[in-house]
Design a protein around this ligand. Sequence first.
Ligand SMILES: Cc1cc2nc3c(=O)[nH]c(=O)nc-3n(C[C@H](O)[C@H](O)[C@H](O)COP(=O)(O)O)c2cc1C
Length: 359
Amino acid sequence: MPAGAIAPWKGPGQEPDIRRWILGYAILAPHSHNLQSWLVDLGMPDEIVLHCDLARLLPETDPFSRQIMAMSHGTFLELIDIAARERGLRAEIELFPEGAFGADKLDQRPVAQIRLVPDAERKKDPLFAQILGRHTNRSLYDLDRPVPSAAWQAMAEAVRPNPLRFGFVGADRPDVLNRHRAIAAEAWRIELSTPRTIMESYKVLRVGAAEIDEHRDGLCVLDPMVVLMSRIGLFDRSKAPGPDDYATTSQIKDFFKKLNSTLGFLWMVTDGNDRTTQVNAGRAYARVQLAATAHGLAMQPLQQALQEYPEQAKPYADVRALLDASSSAQTVQMWTRVGFAPPIEPAPRRGVAAQLMRS
Ligand SMILES: Cc1cc2nc3c(=O)[nH]c(=O)nc-3n(C[C@H](O)[C@H](O)[C@H](O)COP(=O)(O)O)c2cc1C
């Protein structure tokens, strides 16, 4: 991993501008496909106005931009809030100050306007200490180490400020774990073997150090075998692989192994699915992952089955039934696997300056 691409994980250090210092943490938020679609306007003193970069959407797999414009901006806002508290500031966050987007059409209006107000009474958040250590971990998890009940409790506690239902299943329910694994595996198979959805991921796949360093975003692959195959033209990202091609079958097998190494799953269900609800689900996800990090836990979202494109209809219905969220009023916003795993390299970030539309 090129050092410059992960330098933001050292934190903003002695950055003298308080808004940039706060943003130095916010850009470390989890974001769907690591697209970092946060566009920040610092034109007004003591304010941060957040827009969504409409060039960084995933229309095939996230057709309503629920995951990008809403959840992945919720994670960013949560980190702004936590970092502001650290400096004795209250982040007054007004969502969609010029009106919320509808279900399927976005425009240039802001996602949020944040005013930073001094507030000596504002309590610091202990989750702040986890921001630099939180990473999405896609490794095999440790089958000998179930998620301790104190960690589940801490995760449930962390999401409490957000109005949603938090659920989890652990190693004591192997039958239920197997149902989670089966749905996640099938949803992954569908995503990999649907040409337009796999192509969407290929477009933001960065293979090898040079591509990663050039883009500092997207999905990164450093596996020497894949890097070599790409270099000699055996991994062709200009067209979708067939369902029986090695690129598809090897990934399905690999993911299946990872699911089978997983002894915990968690989920978040909301009543309703408006934009504010989606943003708040993103905020809750950031908190739950930070709480898990404090317990040394790894986490990886499994969003394929939750995605609203027609080929996923069956896994989508199956996961809703499994999570007791079948009513049309309910939405499963997040579903992840949880466990213990060796540490991994951080994902790249473009840095605060690259996110600014006005400084
Ligand atoms: C709304 C949302 C959906 C995500 N879905 C997935 C997913 O389905 N699979 C996955 O491996 N990671 C998923 N992620 C994690 C991102 O890929 C990850 O945050 C990003 O690559 C940056 O890496 P980091 O979390 O280690 O900083 C998701 C993150 C968010 C916020």
